[in-house]
Design a protein around this ligand. Sequence first.
Ligand SMILES: NC(=O)c1ccc[n+]([C@@H]2O[C@H](COP(=O)([O-])OP(=O)(O)OC[C@H]3O[C@@H](n4cnc5c(N)ncnc54)[C@H](O)[C@@H]3O)[C@@H](O)[C@H]2O)c1
Length: 327
Amino acid sequence: MHVLITGGAGFIGSHLAQHHLALGDQVYVVDDLSTGVLANIDSFRGNPAFRFAEANILDWKGLDNAVAWADRIYHMAAVVGVKKVLEDPVAVMETNMTGTERLLAAIRQSGWNPQVIIASTSEVYGFNTSGSFAEIDYIVLPSAGRLRWAYAVTKLADEFLAFSYARQYGLKIVVVRLFNTIGPNQVGHYGMVAPTFVRQAVSNEPITVYGEGSQTRSFCDVRDTVVALDRLAGCPEAWGEVVNVGNDQEISIRDLAELVVRRAQSDSPLHFMSYKEAYGEEFEDVTHRRPVLNKLRALTGFSPEWALNDTLDDLIERERAKNRRVA
Ligand SMILES: NC(=O)c1ccc[n+]([C@@H]2O[C@H](COP(=O)([O-])OP(=O)(O)OC[C@H]3O[C@@H](n4cnc5c(N)ncnc54)[C@H](O)[C@@H]3O)[C@@H](O)[C@H]2O)c1
């Protein structure tokens, strides 16, 4: 199979590339390296089944040819992460909406009908306070001007673009609402919690917990996520649908911090920081966020294989190995 991955030098995209190369597929990655890094794809670059284009999805000249080549497309390119979204909301709106529209228009014009995964996010559930989210639940977004929600709004727009193209042109598109994903290659600079906690614990620095740490999240290992996405893309019943993807085991951020400290046998104390200090006045956090996975299970039979402890142990070991290389 020919697999095109936009944003394929990023965290999830690079695992998709690895997964498909291991299956013997041909993989073509496009990435502008804005948050993705070459180190994530370095190990594939000598592989004749792998191709990389450093380009921006907004003006990539090779898009039409790549789309016409692909049997499967994973659209992962996006401006991601709470910090980035607050720093550069215009880039978020442009990349996340215009990029998706450009891709979908290219697919339609190609006359070809590849399987397509469009990455959305649990953030689209917005300020819905039910804590556990199924795909049919209402989306609650603030009525005006809260830029903290710009990312969610762009992803919701992507969802409706995808549904429109799927309905009107019969495209084989699955929208995936990804919940918190963790694993190797994820970086902490853009506000991602697990890599930040692991780095802090391994170097015995204080672990920064926002608020009181009572907010809960559920973390899915990226190596499980890519299996779910692969199955969904190839599942005709999923085409035209939106599906939650994640792990439904919940943990509070404070408990996560303590768990990381224990697994790393670290001396790090917990340091609590207000959201205002961390992100400025405008920030609102969602207290509980757990995916309802009935639809994913019914469509694919998926169940995650990685337990949180195993993912954390793996991340801790990789962080130590990285520090040894630097030293
Ligand atoms: N990681 C998570 O927990 C999570 C949760 C929900 C949704 N998602 C979605 O999954 C997708 C992948 O996220 P990730 O965590 O791997 O983030 P990431 O930042 O590692 O990956 C995004 C990639 O897109 C690239 N990119 C950004 N703008 C681009 C552009 N204009 N042209 C080409 N490439 C561009 C970046 O360089 C990066 O490599 C995103 O669409 C994100 O919204 C991720």
